[in-house]
Every structure is written in structure tokens, then in C-alpha cells.
Write a protein of this length. Structure first.
Length: 223
């Protein structure tokens, strides 16, 4: 009886040890192969459906794509107006071409950070139209409307561009008008002589148009 009980006890002990060893081997195998566990977990994550947050929240970040009508400039119609020649030093006549001066800043800076006077022809809360004059430079600047701007802003931008076009024709002839037309067509012009005037920079981008003439580098030809 005792032997039978002993045999039973031994058998039970052997089975328990076997199960314990099997568990240890399994734990050991997992410890030795962490990649297998990671791969299994990764597969579980991969197989989990991903919810598209933008489908339920198309404006989640508060930003929406805006569309608008591009501003059109009727340059062909502007060129029919007469253009009385002007010199870059005739400031009073140049100002008259832009209209009435609304404000003057005598402590402004020109294109090269030299002391200058800035003449503004619009109120501060309206799309700007400026002339900056210094000993070396004459600069024309105006607001360049974006397609998403209001109709009023676009109209003012067109009006500013027309005045700048006509004044450029007075300062540099028909080539001056073509220069502004190129600016409005997204061309950037640098260091070009136009009808004897040295144009340092002419461009329209980022809501701003600027035409910078170097008065001290006037030429006698277009070479």
C-alpha cells in the first residue's frame, strides 16, 4: 500500500516537474526570442482597423482650403492713355500721378536702408499705394491682391497697378509699361536698364508689388 502510494506520489511529482520545466522552457524561449513576441504584437496592431479621423472631422485643425477668383489686369486697355515723360527727380509730378498724399513719413528707409521719405496715398487701413524717395532710389509700392481677397480689395489693387503702369510709362516709356505688365505676370526683374533707367528690382509677390529705380545709375542706352 505504501509502495503504491509512493509510486503515485513519485508519478505526480514527475508530472508536476515536467509541467514546471515546460513552463520554464516556454518562458526561456520567449526571453531568447523577443522578436517573435514583438512580431506577434505588431501583427495584432497592424490588423486593427485604423479610423480616419479626417473623415469624421474634415475641419479638425480649423483650416479649410480656400478658393477665389484670380485678379485680372487689363494692361492692353491701359496702354492707350497718353504718357507725358517724367524724370525720376520730378517728385511733385510723380506724386500727382498717384493722387493725393494721405500721410508722409520722413524717417523711412529706402531699398538699401538709406534715409528716405515715404509718401502714402491711401489711409492706413486700406490696401496701400506708396512712393519712397531717397537721394539714390525712387520706389513704387502697392498692394497686390490675392484671389481670396474681397472685391473691393481687388478693385483697389487693379487701380494701384494701373497708376503704377501709367507712371512707369512716363518714367521709362512703353518699356516701362511692359515692365509693370511683366511684374503682374509673376516675373521678377533684377538689375535691368529700361529706357535709360536702372531698375534694381521689380516684382509682385506675397501681397506686395515693388518697383525700385536707381536714380544715381541712369544710363544713356538700354545695353
Amino acid at each position: 500500500m505504501w509502495n503504491h502510494n509512493l509510486q503515485t506520489l513519485l508519478s505526480a511529482t514527475i508530472i508536476a516537474v515536467g509541467v514546471s520545466l515546460s513552463g520554464c522552457d516556454s518562458t526561456k524561449e520567449e526571453a531568447q526570442n523577443p522578436d517573435a513576441n514583438a512580431e506577434s504584437n505588431e501583427q495584432a496592431v497592424t490588423n486593427t482597423p485604423v479610423q480616419d479621423s479626417t473623415a469624421d472631422n474634415p475641419d479638425l485643425d480649423g483650416a479649410t482650403a480656400q478658393q477665389g477668383t484670380p485678379v485680372k489686369y487689363d494692361v492692353a486697355a491701359w496702354s492707350t492713355d497718353a504718357a507725358a515723360p517724367l524724370n525720376t527727380t520730378e517728385l511733385d509730378s510723380i506724386q500727382s500721378a498717384f493722387g493725393k498724399v494721405m500721410s508722409t513719413d520722413e524717417n523711412s528707409l529706402d531699398y538699401a536702408s538709406n534715409p528716405a521719405a515715404k509718401y502714402r496715398f491711401m489711409k492706413n487701413d486700406a490696401p496701400y499705394l506708396d512712393i519712397i524717395d531717397s537721394e539714390k532710389y525712387l520706389e513704387l509700392g502697392w498692394y497686390y491682391a490675392n484671389p481670396t481677397d474681397s472685391d473691393k480689395e481687388k478693385e483697389l489693387s487693379q487701380s494701384h497697378a494701373k497708376k503704377s503702369y501709367q507712371l512707369s510709362r512716363q518714367l521709362m516709356g512703353d518699356d516701362g509699361g511692359k515692365l509693370v505688365a511683366d511684374m503682374l505676370n509673376s516675373q521678377i526683374i533684377k538689375n535691368r536698364v529700361v529706357s535709360g533707367q536702372k531698375v534694381e528690382l521689380a516684382k509682385c509677390e506675397f501681397y506686395s508689388c515693388m518697383l525700385v529705380i536707381n536714380k544715381s545709375a541712369a544710363q544713356t542706352d538700354d545695353s
